[in-house]
Design a protein around this ligand. Structure first.
Ligand code: SIN
Length: 280
């Protein structure tokens, strides 16, 4: 595939890929270049893609093995490894459910959390509904030295739904629950297996404590880390365009969906995840 370009979208996060048609096979040189760009920029935005679910499933296979998502309620019946994100779902009490609200990293309650998440726009609101990212490598790099020393060797406890989370997730069915671990512990500072860079690895929706630390102290430390990481200088906002397919690195970022748009307009995207490694 000749003539594609990869251009940074901000100083620290995101790159735009043009001239690639993901319905076609990618040769190994292009795959290698895209994988390098993915590790370097943490978010790849492929413009002008129009993929059906089975085409999306095939295309992401160039970047890794598919990770089965936890809540089967959102699976597409015709292609269950592909899920949907929609603003037209409601909690049992009638409140609207905005998937992805509140900073998080995907499925960190898995022993081997997904390395990447891919969203492909199907319907977008006229304005708003950005996906907002935090570069957790930069946030780690700029921590005070004494905080880095304090974090050394600490592990956070991740569960499906932290009882301290401000955001409520949709309940799991009994079948989904049987596939999800009760709790896992991951290092608070993880090393990217491909770049060797360190990142803060926490998840305000799923992190419930720190191994061996009194709860109040753990919650205070986690809250301080979130406050530090969510400063504007570590953020990148992705403004969706029709045809966008966005793949991001869960090992390097927090992200959230912004529910700042007209809810009478449909926001609907396909979602798929790629298997990662045990964080170290
Ligand atoms: C997600 O958290 O996976 C969804 C993000 C979004 O809808 O922008």
């Amino acid at each position: 595939m000749m003539g594609h370009t990869i251009a940074p979208l901000s100083e620290h996060t995101g790159a735009e890929v043009r001239g690639i048609d993901l319905t076609e096979a990618l040769d190994s040189a292009v795959q290698a270049r895209l994988n390098c760009a993915f590790v370097e920029h943490s978010v790849l935005v492929f413009r002008d893609q129009h993929l059906m679910p089975h085409q999306l499933l095939k295309a992401v296979g160039f970047f890794g093995e598919v990770f089965p998502q936890h809540n089967s309620r959102f699976a597409l019946p015709e292609c269950p490894l592909v899920h949907y994100i929609s603003n037209q779902d409601f909690y049992p009490d009638g409140r609207r459910y905005i998937p992805g609200e509140g900073y998080h990293t995907d499925h960190s309650n898995a022993a081997r959390p997904p390395k990447a998440t891919v969203l492909h726009a199907v319907h977008l609101p006229d304005r708003g509904g950005d996906t907002q990212y935090i570069n957790m490598h930069l946030a780690y790099d700029e921590l005070p030295r004494e905080t880095k020393l304090r974090l050394n060797g600490l592990k956070a406890i991740h569960v499906y739904q932290s009882r301290f989370s401000a955001r409520r997730l949709m309940e799991l069915s009994a079948e989904s629950r049987s596939r999800v671990p009760d709790a896992v512990a991951h290092p608070i500072v993880r090393t990217h297996p491909e770049s060797g860079r360190k990142a803060i690895y926490i998840n305000p929706i799923r992190t419930e404590g720190i191994v061996g630390m009194p709860q109040a102290e753990a919650l205070s430390l986690l809250a301080d880390l979130v406050e530090h990481a969510t400063q504007p200088r570590y953020q990148y906002h992705h403004q969706w365009r029709p045809g966008d397919l966005v793949m991001w690195d869960n090992r390097s970022l927090l992200h959230k969906a912004n529910g700042d748009y007209d809810m009478n307009q449909l926001r609907y995207l396909y979602r798929i995840m790629l298997q990662g490694d045990v964080p170290f």
